[in-house]
Design a protein around this ligand. Structure first.
Ligand code: NAD
Length: 390
């Protein structure tokens, strides 16, 4: 029997050129904007046009560019202090997942105080989960990767503890997200490839996770279809706006999908590796996805067969599901090859002696993702998988 709950309070404005409406959208939610910009936008025409637009319609603003990849809790707390000092009443965040997650956490800390780290979900530790509203959040992603424009999540890196943890709280759902694929044209090729794999990971994991339901699987299927049609073209030709557009939609749908279903083993492994090495999120997922699929077979065979057929439509439709499923790791490796992705955990500085720490984190902070995997997984299994990713 079909049974699920679904919730999605974010208004998505999708399409090329929609970013022009950013000032008018901000005006609906406040009078002074805390404008979080990805550092690549410093001095850009885009930033200057948006700021001019805000001024023209009578909004004040404060610009904040101090975003770092894998956002640090200390930087976010400094941002929140500035947001309070400047008396801003809404947060606009334009950039990659790191900029948007920084903006989301700033909006929360500005109204509820303390440090953003206090609000992150950590295994066995108390954390704060307020229910009263924070500052309104408006986002515009510039990468097609994380789906954060559609999630109630902000991933934060505590570099001192070498720990990545997330605020997971419905009050940080953006009010509006403008998904404009033209903002993604400037992404360097290797970043487009790794962020694209993050999108695939969200859709794929949300499709196979134990928490998947009809709704999340519908979103995940459409997301993977769009990914299949556009990933290689969008990475190899950044001016291909049709491909960029499909990847942008794939990303937003995948973000929405995984908020409904949860994730599974690739994220349970990739997130701790990213925290320990500061490796990019998409890269630490890319390195482990084929290994996780090989470990999972023959479980989830029917789902893997569906994904294989989507990613490689030339597969003989009449092949038995078991054979299609077995081809999935090679199909994914071929996509990596076509987009120049050659990542290993060694590339990010992970050593064999670090593997037990990854395993411990996988079974503590990321236990929920590990438990969400369609094949039950032990610490020994994770050790072996990570070792193969070195
Ligand atoms: P990122 O935001 O860290 O950006 C990577 C690099 O690309 C940065 O140097 C950035 O300046 C640059 N960049 C971004 N857009 C660009 C553009 N259009 N042109 C040129 N350069 C550009 O990368 P990301 O993968 O988008 O975000 C990763 C972060 O998001 C990680 O911290 C990850 O854990 C988190 N994340 C969050 C969620 C969520 O739901 N909140 C989900 C998945 C991942």
């Amino acid at each position: 029997m079909i049974s699920f709950n679904m919730y999605f309070p974010v208004e998505i404005m999708f399409g090329a050129g929609k970013i022009e409406q950013m000032p008018a959208i901000c005006k609906k939610f406040g009078s002074k904007v805390f404008a979080v910009f990805d550092p690549f936008l410093k001095g850009s025409d885009l930033a200057s046009q948006i700021l001019k637009g805000l001024k023209k319609i009578g909004l004040g603003y404060y610009e904040f560019y101090d975003v770092v990849p894998n956002p640090r809790h200390t930087v976010i707390d400094q941002g929140a202090a500035l947001c309070v000092k400047q008396k801003c009443d809404l947060v606009m965040a334009i950039g990659g997942g790191s900029a948007i997650d920084t903006g989301k956490a700033i909006a929360l800390v500005s109204t509820h105080g303390g440090s953003c780290w206090d609000y992150t979900v950590r295994h066995g530790e108390k954390f704060l989960k307020p229910e009263t509203p924070c500052l309104p959040i408006i986002t515009a992603p510039t990468t097609a990767g994380t789906g954060t424009e559609a999630t109630h999540i902000s991933v934060i890196n505590n570099a001192e503890l070498k720990l990545k943890a997330a605020i997971i709280n419905p009050i940080i759902y953006p009010k509006v997200s403008i998904v404009d694929p033209e903002l993604m044209i400037s992404v360097p090729k290797h970043i487009a490839a790794l962020t694209g794999i993050d999108t695939f990971a969200h859709a794929f994991e949300s499709f196979i996770a134990n928490g998947a339901n009809e709704w999340s699987r519908m979103l995940a299927l459409k997301s993977m279809q769009l990914f299949s049609e556009s990933f290689v073209a969008s990475v190899n030709d950044s001016t291909n706006i049709t491909a960029k557009s499909k990847m942008a939609l794939s990303c937003t749908l995948a973000g929405y999908a995984f908020t409904q279903s949860g994730l599974c083993l690739p994220h349970a492994i990739g997130q701790p590796v990213s925290a320990l090495t500061d490796g990019p999120h998409g890269g630490t997922l890319a390195a482990c996805i084929p290994q996780v699929i090989e470990f999972t077979l023959p479980h989830a065979e029917a789902d893997f067969a569906v994904v294989a057929q989507i990613l490689d439509p030339r597969l003989n439709i009449n092949l038995p599901a078991s054979q299609k499923a077995q081809k999935l790791p090679d199909i994914i490796k071929s996509l990596y090859k076509q987009t120049g992705v050659t990542v290993t955990y060694k590339d990010y500085g992970l050593r064999e002696v670090d593997i037990p720490t990854v395993v411990d984190l996988c079974f503590s902070n990321y236990l929920q993702d590990a438990k969400g995997h369609p094949r039950a997984v032990t610490k020994e299994d994770v050790f072996r998988i990570v070792k193969r990713c070195l």
